[in-house]
Design a protein around this ligand. Structure first.
Ligand SMILES: [Zn+2]
Length: 290
């Protein structure tokens, strides 16, 4: 991830005059274009990938099925665009998944790309009303689509998940899910259920998955997780009572690990890693893993 604190993204739903090409009436500026879950970039994922412009797409003769205005980055209009699946791209461009772009894109471009992916998917999936099936129309001034017939309005969905680092003396609880990369350990994560507070969700997930009660639960930070439309809300907690007893089969193993015996942990892309690095920092050491 390339640091880029000097750039500023201003989210907007209504394109300004500046976002249109005056002569042709076409959109202008940066285009975060996706074919399925793959984004169109100039170059390759690990060698300074760049976000194409609308001019690039027109030069390459790549049409957008539909597009959405996202806002401006340092004054430059940014759009998302849905491309057909299997669309041919020129040799100087690549279609690739967001995860592989984490190291190559700037922080601001990566964040806009995640936003673009979610808005494209929402727009695609809400062309018709979820209640009565009639066509929907874009609502002016907000990110919504409304049914002409029954007035149901759909907004982009964000699904919250809690993630928690549990400390017990000088060790932390690490667990390996059945669906994880072999040998890779993570921390406890789960979706928030209707009617729960975030803290309730943390305690429930931990109880269900490893049978432990927590003493305190402190907010740490959050991270959009556009795979496909999540937000991870991170917490730090301390062990109160109970020994590890694996629950309903999501986890293959779990244990307490200290500085000297850490297994392979998540890559720096994730808030899980930020939580673990924060713990290491407070303990006065640095984790030597990518
Ligand atoms: Zn309807």
């Amino acid at each position: 991830m390339i640091d880029s604190h000097s750039t500023k993204f201003l989210p907007e739903t209504e394109p300004t005059d500046h976002a249109w090409d005056a002569a042709s009436g076409n959109p202008r500026g940066r285009c975060f274009a996706f074919s399925g879950s793959d984004m169109l970039i100039l170059g390759t994922p690990h060698e300074s990938p760049r976000i194409p412009s609308w001019d690039d797409l027109r030069t390459w003769d790549i049409p957008a099925i539909r597009y959405q205005y996202l806002g401006t980055l340092d004054g430059e209009p940014c759009w998302s665009a849905e491309l057909a699946s299997g669309v041919p791209v020129p040799d100087i461009a690549t279609l690739c998944g967001l995860r592989t772009l984490y190291d190559g894109l700037s922080e601001s471009h990566y964040a806009i790309a995640g936003r673009a992916a979610q808005i494209i998917a929402w727009d695609r999936d809400h062309q018709h009303c979820g209640r009565c099936g009639d066509p929907t129309e874009r609502v002016a001034g907000e990110r919504g689509r409304r049914c002409n017939r029954c007035d149901l309005t759909a907004y982009p969905r964000v699904t919250p998940a809690v993630i928690v680092l549990i400390e017990r003396d000088d060790r932390i609880l690490l667990a390996r899910g059945r669906a994880f990369v072999p040998r890779r350990f993570g921390i406890i994560v789960g979706f928030v259920e209707p009617g729960e507070s975030l803290e309730d969700a943390v305690q429930r997930e931990v109880r269900e998955e490893v049978g432990i009660e927590l003493a305190r639960i402190d907010y740490f930070g959050s991270q959009p997780w556009p795979f496909p439309h999540g937000i991870m809300i991170g917490f730090r907690a301390t062990h109160l009572r109970g020994e590890i007893a694996l629950g309903d089969g999501e986890l293959a193993e779990a244990g307490w690990y200290g500085a000297k015996d850490l297994p392979e942990i998540p890559a720096k892309l994730s808030i899980a890693r930020r939580l673990i690095d924060d713990w290491a920092h407070r303990r006065g050491f640095v984790i030597d893993q990518p």
